[in-house]
Design a protein around this ligand. Sequence first.
Ligand code: ADP
Ligand code: MG
Length: 256
Amino acid sequence: MTTAPLADRTTAVAARATELSKIYGQGETQVVALDRVSVDFRQAEFTAIMGPSGSGKSTLMHCVAGLDTFSSGSVRIGDTELGALKDKQLTRLRRDKIGFIFQAFNLLPTLSALENITLPMDIAGRKPDKQWLDTVIGMVGLADRLSHRPAQLSGGQQQRVAVARALAARPEIIFGDEPTGNLDSRSGAEVLGFLRNSVRELGQTVVMVTHDPVAAAYADRVVFLADGRIVDEVYGPTADSVLDRMKQFDAKGRTS
Ligand SMILES: Nc1ncnc2c1ncn2[C@@H]1O[C@H](COP(=O)(O)OP(=O)(O)O)[C@@H](O)[C@H]1O
Ligand SMILES: [Mg+2]
């Protein structure tokens, strides 16, 4: 399915933040949500972003995904610098190059599963690639649920629709903020399995914010944030290794 050979995919950068800072407020109420963060998200790599509450995970994701402005530094998606774009161009880039999966599934209740999956492309006036659509729908196991409305689907099935919707447009990169936060552990495991498969089998790039070490273990790599900075990075994470790291940060936080 993937066009680029593996060697290219593993070196090409899908998204990059360079010295990215985001400051809220001014003077005494100022909050430095991101403090000169530099990070690459490589093509066909699954990255989990972890860190304590308030460490800047959502802010980093929103800034890199073009959903929020930043104070300084730069962000690029593929070869495009976000800072150079006008609002309209940014909206188009988000629509064409980025897929989103949110904690709340964000499906339209009056549309069928299939209509929800193709909605972003319908809005963009793009015809979905039928073969690709079938591949994606098959992978998330929704072929016999396509005419169902969201209310007729379980939470796990609804999130699978959201995963399929994100994959269907073949975006440069998919961002998820706690995408399994509303799911029971079994449905969560399924959705995480599909995300991992989309990376392994379809060459998709995925960046996922999570606080759950079990969820993070599905990723190829975990980036740890604390106080708006990247403090560590782990490749080939297991739930245990991630948990160990989290405990170390907690201990440091208490003694400093
Ligand atoms: N709109 C906002 N106005 C002011 N401060 C904010 C705003 N959004 C986030 N923050 C602050 O920025 C920091 C990082 O927030 P966030 O990225 O949501 O953290 P996380 O997702 O890791 O919990 C926190 O201190 C938070 O209170
Ligand atoms: Mg958050």
